[in-house]
Design a protein around this ligand. Structure first.
Ligand SMILES: *Cc1c(COP(=O)(O)O)cnc(C)c1O
Length: 468
């Protein structure tokens, strides 16, 4: 399997190379050259497989020759063996139509673990073959940072530098990062916002002074391997609900458009998905883009669902590329316009192709609280704010065929956002025992000014140069 850039001019890479890369050299994102697909019989034969075996089957076409089926299965067993639920991503029924897919049973209590536990193992596997060294640089609004640090802490050949906006992540989120005291883990609190941190990381990917010396890799969802790992749970849920004979809809709390793009990939592979509902909070650029074609960024409004407080959704470029007929030159032009003006109109082809599968909905603070209360009072389930936004969108989708079940992706454990949960429901869910004595452990974190030069100097001083 080869991967091509959405902007058409970077070299095609294989799975191993694309896993170790950051942005493509032309500023685009990598996507498979074509979508692999399964027949209805092949999908039916996956019913009932343990999660790790299903993961190997769904991911193998993307991995190609980079890993044998036996080795990929060893890695999926190892990655998903660390989850606290034997089903890895258990499905729960709320009422006759509504279901919740719990993606938060990993070590750091958010769905980011599903992809990052595997990505950590893939990094180690591929680095071992090359005898090389990797420098991971990432920005986090909370959940990616802790999941990535957990996945690579203590691994030889990897250093991780994780930037978070000082004072703007929850106590649980910060402590899940800063209490990991492994020598290869570097937490940096910067003065500024998440967008500032993200902009500095992107600049580093494009800085030859850094990329010439260090093998800089990405752990946010610009990394293809992350999206690939997320395709698996769409299959897992749909198979349990009767796929391939029965169609299923999914409602996805969306920020960077990674999680819901994985659903699009599952549909491209032949999984019968009736609809993908893109749920946003008041930071609704994606809702506007999908409902009116207007993709224009405003300023970020902080909400109780901080992982969705995003105005520029990196992975939307992957959809625009695929839905628009895979024209790299046109995509490069469209993204240049967006970068210069922060606004573009989708083309008719992009709109029509997206509308065949996606709808969208926006939830404000009271919609979110009402959804949390409904789940708690009517169904006995305590949901986190991100999940509640998607549940609101799922219940608002009244135009779906009557026999189509709607699966809301539950992306975080409610204890991770305990204050917002308590405000809406009066319940204070306890942290699961697997996070241990989080509030007793010592923290390590460097506080730096929000300037590129300060961050680059800090990384250059501590990272190990690549060999090749
Ligand atoms: C990251 C995150 C999201 C958004 O996922 P994207 O892939 O960025 O769309 C939603 N909910 C939670 C809890 C998250 O951590």
């Amino acid at each position: 399997m080869k991967y091509v850039s959405t902007r058409g001019s970077a070299p095609a890479l294989d799975f191993e190379e694309v896993t170790l890369a950051g942005l493509a050299s032309d500023g685009g994102l990598y996507v498979p050259e074509s979508w692999p697909s399964f027949s209805a019989d092949e999908i039916a034969a996956m019913a009932g497989l343990p999660y790790a075996e299903l993961a190997q089957k769904v991911m193998q076409p993307f991995v190609g020759d980079s890993l044998t089926p036996e080795r990929l299965l060893e890695l999926t067993r190892q990655a998903y063996g660390r989850f606290a639920h034997a089903a890895v991503t258990p499905l729960k029924q709320l009422d006759e139509r509504q279901w919740v897919l719990e993606l938060f049973h990993g070590p750091t209590l958010a769905f980011k673990d599903v992809a990052l536990q595997l990505l950590g193992l893939l990094f180690e596997e591929f680095l071992g073959r090359r005898d090389d060294h990797l420098t991971i640089v990432g920005a986090t609004s909370g959940d990616t940072g802790s999941a990535a640090i957990d996945a690579v802490a203590g691994r030889a050949k990897i250093d991780i530098f994780m930037l978070h906006p000082h004072g703007r992540v929850s106590d649980v989120q910060r402590r899940q990062m800063t209490t990991v005291l492994a020598p290869n883990v570097h937490n940096i609190a910067i003065d500024g916002s998440f967008d500032d941190a993200q902009a500095m990381v992107k600049r580093m990917f494009n800085d030859p002074g850094m990329t010439g010396t260090f093998g800089i890799a990405a752990v946010n969802s610009i990394n293809w391997a992350r999206l690939m790992a997320q395709v698996v749970y769409y299959f897992a849920a749909a198979l349990q609900l009767g796929a391939p004979q029965r169609k299923v809809a999914f409602s996805v709390p969306t920020g960077n458009f990674g999680d819901v793009f994985a659903g699009y990939v599952a549909a491209k592979m032949g999984l019968p998905i009736e609809r993908l509902i893109v749920a946003t909070n008041v930071n609704d650029i994606l809702h506007r883009a999908l409902s009116t074609g207007d993709y224009s960024a405003g300023t970020v409004t902080p909400t109780a669902a901080p992982s969705m407080d995003i105005q520029v959704s990196s992975n939307f470029e992957r959809l625009l590329f695929d839905a628009g007929g895979r024209d790299g030159a046109a995509m490069a032009e469209q993204m240049r316009t967006f970068e210069a003006t922060k606004a573009i109109q989708l083309t008719n082809a992009q709109r029509e192709s997206a509308a065949a599968l996606f709808t969208s909905a926006r939830a404000d603070a009271s919609d979110m609280a009402n959804a949390m209360r409904w789940a708690h009072e009517e169904c006995g389930e305590v949901l986190d704010p991100h999940t509640a936004i998607a549940l609101h969108a799922a219940r608002a989708a009244t135009d779906l065929p009557a026999d189509v079940p709607v699966v809301t992706l539950a992306t975080a454990h409610p204890a991770k956002f305990v204050d917002a949960v308590e405000r809406a429901t009066g319940v204070r869910p306890p942290l699961p025992s697997r996070v241990g004595d989080l509030f007793e452990r010592a923290e390590a974190c460097s506080h730096l000014p929000g300037t590129y030069d300060a961050i680059a100097a800090f990384v250059a001083e501590r990272a190990t140069p690549k060999h090749g």
